[in-house]
Design a protein around this ligand. Structure first.
Ligand SMILES: [Zn+2]
Ligand SMILES: [Zn+2]
Length: 361
């Protein structure tokens, strides 16, 4: 089972600019100048640099994949889903002959037919704010007639309205939702939750303008919670009740992916905007026995440097509150993957034991 982060930014896609690149080059040069003896193998030195210098946190809006060997779940269709679509679908080739005829009508060839039965994907939405649906028209599998997609949500009506509205032609997009070749159906998630292949999924409603849904996904003895776009400030009885519910929801989670858009101070000055800060999330995750916390839904105004500072503050706060605790805190970055073995209890397969093949779980 693998978790892949395809989009980690909140609110609006925000590509890294040249100033960010210059900052990273400066940090690398500074480290090189401090090194004693001076590095003589540049490539080897670059290999030793931390991710915060050699990579970018990423500017795409939310999209998370959780896949087993038999099933692919996708959470939200922010702009990150475009790269996931490319990953799932072979690239169409340009019709070179048409190009050479010079009539300016180079067309993408029909995608090569995939072998085997129709592909099925499950797409689950937390809510319909634009940063969570805007990538959908750019998701290659929706243009593949051999793909079926089930869209799951607590409020399917809102999701269907949102997806259709952003593909109203010709004003907002050239291809209408009804023209998409993939077979698309909607399924409402009830209070009982749902089972998709090896995954058992249940939900919790989160406080956010218009509401948002948290997902708890259990499979192979592991628990993953994805809770983005929520605000829990203050200690009113209502907020305390939801906080306790969320604590129970994330209890003993192996992975908790949480909205931490703001710093502690920002979240107070932006009360009512619907987002969390990492310190308050740590206060919940620690007593709930969460193992790994991923800071998610980064503010589009925050540079990588600021995000790593926020990570450091959250880690220090966690250590201060609960010295020596088992909680590890990470920044969700585009391309981050977390992998668990597909054994019934999530532990690595014993030597000589049968591996986790397709159809298991
Ligand atoms: Zn959002
Ligand atoms: Zn939102």
């Amino acid at each position: 089972m693998i978790i892949r982060f395809w989009g980690v930014r909140g609110s609006l896609p925000s590509p890294s600019g040249f100033s960010e690149l210059k900052e990273k080059i400066a940090m690398a040069v500074e480290l090189a100048l401090r090194e004693r003896p001076a590095p003589d193998d540049v490539e080897r030195f670059v290999e030793t640099l931390p991710d915060r210098i050699t990579g970018f946190v990423g500017g795409n809006t939310p999209c998370l994949e959780i896949s087993s060997s038999t099933r692919t779940l996708i959470f939200d269709a922010g702009s990150g889903i475009r790269s996931l679509g490319a990953h799932l679908t072979p690239k169409p080739e340009l019709d070179i002959e048409e190009e050479l005829r010079g009539n300016g009508k180079a067309q993408a060839k029909p995608r090569p037919a995939r072998k085997g039965p129709k592909r099925h994907l499950d797409l689950l939405f937390t809510h319909t704010h634009w940063d969570h649906i805007q990538g959908f028209p750019f998701f290659a599998p929706v243009y593949d007639k051999d793909t079926s997609i089930t869209i799951h949500a607590v409020n399917t009506r809102a999701v269907e309205d949102g997806l259709r509205s952003q593909q109203s032609t010709p004003l907002l997009f050239p291809i209408h939702f009804d023209e998409l070749p993939a077979e698309i159906r909607f399924r409402t998630i009830t209070e009982e939750g749902l089972t998709l292949g090896p995954f058992f999924i249940d939900t919790m409603r989160l406080p956010h303008p218009g509401g948002s849904t948290a997902y708890r996904i259990r499979a192979f003895g592991r628990t993953i919670v994805f809770a983005t776009d929520y605000e829990l400030l203050g200690d009113s009885p209502e907020v305390n009740r939801i906080r306790e519910d969320l604590k129970a929801f994330i209890q003993s989670a192996d992975v908790f992916i949480s909205d931490t858009q703001y710093t502690y101070l920002e979240s107070h000055s932006k009360e009512g905007w619907g987002h969390s800060n990492a310190l308050n999330v740590v206060e919940m995750a620690q007593p709930a026995g969460v193992r790994r916390l991923y800071l998610f839904h980064h503010d589009p105004f925050n540079s990588d440097r600021k995000l790593y500072e926020m990570l450091e503050k959250a880690s220090n706060y966690s250590e201060l509150l609960f010295p020596g605790s088992a909680l590890s805190i990470y920044l969700a970055t585009e391309g981050t993957t977390v992998e668990f073995p597909e054994t019934p209890d999530g532990s690595p397969p014993r030597r000589g034991a049968r591996g986790a093949g397709p159809g298991r779980g």
